[in-house]
Design a protein around this ligand. Structure first.
Ligand code: KG4
Ligand code: ZN
Length: 390
């Protein structure tokens, strides 16, 4: 039924402008025909974190070039004989993109220049995320829906991170559930009971900072730049582990729930740096050791709580998801600890699908179609939801 459908998936929840084209097949998992990610890291780096207004501006600038690349790579971009756009469509799009400046101009030009591609469905990450970052993506989805007469499939960014585990692999079976998903990104740290695809229950989450945020804020304290996760991880790998005289807390590791708290860890690093400065220690030399201990503290808590949840809910699968799942040490340690549970499988997305991308939005839309759990809307009713929950 859903064979040979082409899905165009848009992601702008944070600082990646990403668009992917997926083709559903008869053999199970859809083919990723193109997957373009334009990162804004360089823009935000001087600020040590994502600046929402700049993210919005960059999405407005980059969405159409990224769309053109994604369609061109999928061989779906065909010029019209003459540039032309119907007046009623132009008027509607003018209205939709009224606050999107350059995106408005570029979209109108794009639609005038190119024929409608063979796309069947537009999928959009409509939350959770930074509202200003979400708007340009949502407004482009509306514009394409109007111009091409297509429905819009609304996708939850966190669900998409979880479902990224099944990109380029056969879909899960009934026997893979219940699963416990640890979703760790720049904005979220949640433990989610997955009874099936589409059936989720949050069983624990951070009470303050997310794990990715903790990496990012600690990196800022250590002058390592943004994004902090990869920077801390790189420094940690330089530490030879000969000494363990720097110890950081493992917040809430023994609490009887599945919640997290990471802001205290960041504060502990701040106090540690102040103490070391007073002692006239060479902080630069200690960066690999501090990074290592920070990473270990975060991983200890994440792994310990995930395993406890997997035991309690008799999970058949432990799923790692979100940008922080790109962390090699976290992947390795989780894999080892899950293997000790004997009857539980471990699943983590391919590295390129761990951090934000369009393919994960597309795979989520595919599962909505496949399982007939649609979250479809017509363009006038689409709204960005910054604090959307799974
Ligand atoms: O999911 P994601 O790409 O964007 C959000 O939805 O927030 O996650 C971004 C987060 C950032 O905090 C970044 O520092 C973290 O993921 N991250 C990592 C690594 N790569 C990205 N954290 C630890 N180790 C990594 N290798
Ligand atoms: Zn994300």
């Amino acid at each position: 039924m859903i064979k040979n459908k082409l899905i165009l998936a848009i992601e702008t929840t944070c600082d990646e402008t990403a668009i992917s084209v997926l083709k559903t097949t008869s053999s199970g998992s859809p083919k990723i025909v193109s997957n373009i990610v334009s990162s804004q890291v360089k823009i935000h780096a001087p600020f040590g974190g994502v600046v929402p207004s700049l993210a919005k501006r960059e999405h407005q600038n980059n969405l159409i070039p990224v769309l053109e690349s994604a369609l061109s790579e999928a061989k779906l971009l065909k010029e019209k004989k003459q540039p032309f756009l119907k007046l009623d469509i132009k008027k509607k799009i003018d209205k939709i993109l009224t606050r999107d400046g350059i995106l408005s101009e570029k979209t109108l030009q794009f639609l005038a220049q190119y024929q409608k591609p063979k796309i069947d469905l537009v999928a959009i990450a409509y939350g959770p995320g930074l509202e200003p970052a979400l708007w340009p993506g949502v407004n482009l989805a509306k514009s394409l829906s109007v111009a091409w007469g297509l429905d819009i499939e609304k996708v939850n960014h966190i669900e998409a991170h979880i479902l990224a585990n099944w990109i380029d692999s056969p879909p899960p079976e009934k026997s893979d559930f219940p699963a416990i998903a640890l979703t760790v990104s720049g904005g979220h740290s949640q433990l989610i009971l997955v009874n099936n695809i589409g059936d989720y229950k949050i069983i624990g989450e951070t009470r303050d900072d997310a794990a990715g945020e903790c990496f990012d804020k600690t990196a800022r304290l250590l002058d390592l730049g943004y994004p902090g996760g990869p920077a801390i991880s790189k420094q940690a790998s330089l530490w030879n582990q000969k000494k363990d005289d720097i110890k950081l807390p493992r917040p809430m590791i023994n609490s009887p729930d599945f919640d997290f708290s990471f802001s205290g860890l960041k504060t502990a690093v701040l106090y540690l740096i102040e103490k070391l400065k007073k002692e006239k220690k060479n902080i630069k030399k200690l960066v690999p050791q501090i990074s290592y201990e920070t990473q270990e503290a975060i991983i200890d808590v994440l792994v310990s709580k995930t395993i406890k949840a997997a035991e309690k809910y008799k999970a058949k699968t432990v799923i790692l998801a979100g940008g922080v799942s790109a962390n090699k040490s976290l992947r390795e340690r989780m894999k080892i600890e899950v293997s000790k549970l004997k009857k539980t499988k471990f699943s983590v997305p391919q590295m390129k699908y761990s951090t934000d991308n369009g393919a994960m939005i597309g795979i989520a839309a595919y599962f909505h179609l496949k399982n007939r759990k649609r979250n479809t809307t017509k363009w006038p009713y689409l709204k960005a939801k910054g604090n959307l929950r799974i």
